[in-house]
Design a protein around this ligand. Structure first.
Ligand SMILES: Nc1ncnc2c1ncn2[C@@H]1O[C@H](COP(=O)(O)OP(=O)(O)OP(=O)(O)O)[C@@H](O)[C@H]1O
Ligand SMILES: [Mg+2]
Length: 431
């Protein structure tokens, strides 16, 4: 299958630096690693792909191996592979793309670019034994340190170079402390990107992005700073919960249920979330919450009864066709499926998608920042969960939402399961 051609717009000065830093005439060609960090949509990935392929095709031929990695297979394909094939097509450079399997790769001019996802501690295993001439790690700050170090170790061919890009995370993240802050000794060339470094970005879209984030996410995604979270996971909400509370429900187009199952020390939580036409607003409409602590655990039958009652009530008021449930509990899910079928309630009971928690957090915060997420006054547990959620202060290097039984994570999970499938559509509505 042939790719369409990438439609190039003029590159900014910053993008040109990232494309050509390796060139013998460049003053920084002695560096071994380039790190492009900074704002979202600032043109880091596109310029990095162009530079990486220009460099690798100019410097190596016949059989050299390269690493192309992203956080997940999906992210790699969308952010790196798709534009890469479009760019190669626009350049008129032939390629052969093997899209799946352990040997997924792009072959170009005798070079082989192997594809990797780096989502957990085992991801680095696939790199072992490889001798590479270079690596492009997209969104490097989301990858496990073990993977990044393994990739660095694999690039042992003379003249090899490493190409990393990311949005900033915590200031104590290893990419910041061990690479960017030690740029001279580690031979790192650091380029900081802002949205104005992407000349192709529509000013209106750029202005919209600026309003879409507040607090730490504004500092990280818009200003491109390695900024510290302030402890609270949802500070806008926690500081002004009444701003987001409603008693009158607006016209709802349709609604979705999220289900989190509790163990002995936690709670069963159902959330009904509604969407106004065109996803303009997302509304947490109602909740069911049962804490299993203190010997009050529900039997599977009682859980099914509670779910049937919740679905019935929801369907009396809104169009509800789907429930997304914690996929760790397949037996309970099967029970709910049978129970709603027996009760004659037409609803599709599915597995939750379980996007990375930090992506769900960015979504929820951005929705609050835009005034597009509302909580009905009856949802007391959800409101409390949103107010009280904090980051785990014991984990220094990453942002991890505290989940040790002292705060209500169950209501957050069930809410998130109810919106995950639509998260991207809702978020990018104004793009
Ligand atoms: N020179 C260019 N010509 C055409 N389109 C471009 C150019 N530079 C960037 N873009 C487009 O701008 C958008 C953002 O660019 P890119 O994905 O490289 O940004 P990024 O900094 O990697 O963003 P993120 O941090 O969100 O991953 C993309 O749609 C990309 O195709
Ligand atoms: Mg990118």
């Amino acid at each position: 299958m042939k790719s369409r051609k990438f439609e190039f717009k003029p590159f900014s000065r910053k993008q040109k630096k990232l494309i050509y830093w390796w060139h013998p005439e460049s003053p920084v060609s002695d560096r071994k690693i380039v790190i492009a960090d900074g704002a979202i949509r600032s043109g880091k990935t596109i310029a990095m792909i162009c530079g990486f392929f220009l460099w690798s095709l100019n410097s190596f031929r016949n059989g050299a191996a390269f690493i192309l990695a992203g956080k997940t297979v999906g992210a790699l394909k969308k952010n790196v592979i798709k534009p890469t094939l479009e760019i190669l097509t626009a350049w008129g450079v032939p390629y052969h793309y093997v899209s799946s399997g352990d040997e997924a790769r792009i072959e170009v001019g005798g070079n082989v670019y192997y594809l990797y996802d780096a989502h957990n501690e085992r991801s680095q295993d696939r790199l072992q034994g490889l001798t590479a001439a270079g690596a492009l790690l997209d969104e490097v700050a989301l990858m496990p340190r073990s993977f990044v170090e393994q990739a660095m170790g694999r690039c042992s061919v003379a003249g090899s170079r490493l190409w990393f890009n990311c949005n900033p995370e915590k200031p104590s993240h290893f990419v910041k402390t061990d690479l960017i802050d030690q740029a001279e000794s580690k031979k790192v060339y650091h380029l900081h990107f802002m949205m104005e470094d992407n000349l192709s970005l529509d000013p209106e879209i750029r202005a919209w992005y600026e309003t879409a984030f507040t607090g730490v996410f504004y500092r990280r995604f818009i200003l491109g700073e390695w900024a510290l979270t302030d402890g609270l996971v949802y500070p806008d909400y926690a500081n002004h919960p009444q701003t987001y509370e409603i008693t009158q429900i607006p016209a709802i187009q349709h609604a979705v249920i999220g289900v989190d199952f509790g163990g002995t020390g936690s709670a069963h939580s159902f959330t009904l979330t509604g969407f106004t036409p065109g996803y303009e607003k997302t509304v947490i409409l109602s909740e069911y919450y049962h804490c299993n602590k203190d010997g009050k655990a529900l039997s599977p039958l009682e859980l099914e009864e509670a779910f049937v009652a919740f679905v019935r009530q929801a369907k009396q008021q809104f169009r509800v066709y789907e429930a997304y449930c914690d996929s760790a509990e397949q037996t309970l899910i099967q029970g709910l499926r049978l129970a709603v079928a027996k009760a004659g309630l037409g609803i599709n009971v599915r597995n939750a998608i379980k996007e990375p928690i930090n992506e769900r957090i960015v979504f929820t915060n951005s929705m609050f920042a835009q005034g597009r997420l509302l909580v009905h006054s009856s949802c007391k547990q959800t409101a409390k969960a949103l107010r009280e959620a904090v980051y785990d202060s014991k984990i220094r290097t990453e942002d991890v939402r505290l989940d040790d039984g002292t705060t209500n994570i169950d209501s957050l999970d069930s809410f998130e399961y109810s919106v995950e499938a639509l998260m991207k559509d809702i978020f990018y509505l104004r793009r």
